[in-house]
Write a protein that binds this ligand. Sequence first.
Ligand code: KIV
Length: 272
Amino acid sequence: MSTQAPIRRITAPQITARKGGEPVVSLTSYHAHTAAIVDRYADFILVGDSLGMVMHGMESTVPVPLDLMIMHGRAVVRGTKQALIVVDMPFGTYEESPQIAFRNAARIMKETNCGAVKLEGGARMADTIHFLVERGIPVMGHIGLTPQSTNTLGGFKTQGRDEDTWPIYQADAKAVAEAGAFSIVLEGMVEPLAAQISKEIKIPTIGIGASAECDGQILVLEDMLGLNPNPPKFVKQYGNLLQGIEDAVEGYAKDVKSRAFPTNDQTYQIKK
Ligand code: KIV
């Protein structure tokens, strides 16, 4: 008799089955408490390597180490019950060979208990995606503006502005889908290109700064919460937490300085 609890989380094949159906809701999260909130609304949560910039003040995602991804991945898995958790493979952990990619992806899966990994790159990563999927690791692709390649792309620039380049992105998306990825992020590409790719491939496309025609959308949680002082232009802010935190910290500092320090626990109140 099995003592395993039944799997209740959304699975990678369930995301694939959403192609052309109800749009897939997803957000990034790096942290147990915020992930618990996102978990109530999202189909999948991405522990993105953007955490290097958002949480750790790095200038790009290039320096993010594997151990950091695993640490945040564990926190998000611990904080959630329902969403599929996808963990980004950081730069330098999968490009060299399918075997090295498998070793690092297996570490992520075993040490975080997540349900899938994501890696950047189109046709050039197809063999690696196939190798991982064949060996039991669900892979999400990521093409267009691929932040780990910021040094070769020359910055965080919208891709596909020149229509002559579209066939390259279309071929990349097709290669990733045919290699067995369960879905693919289209980041920072001109709208009609993202819409066209969404029509052409058989797996769900997840847009970020791409097109409303994608099969789902993802945003960096801190960007949509108004916690990033310089969010990308395409991001709609659904909250203004930066101001909320500023007000709360200012209020706290005032209370401490005036010794009017209220607490909820009356035993801490000074009796006069
Ligand atoms: O790292 C990340 O947060 C991402 C999303 C922007 C898709 O890859």
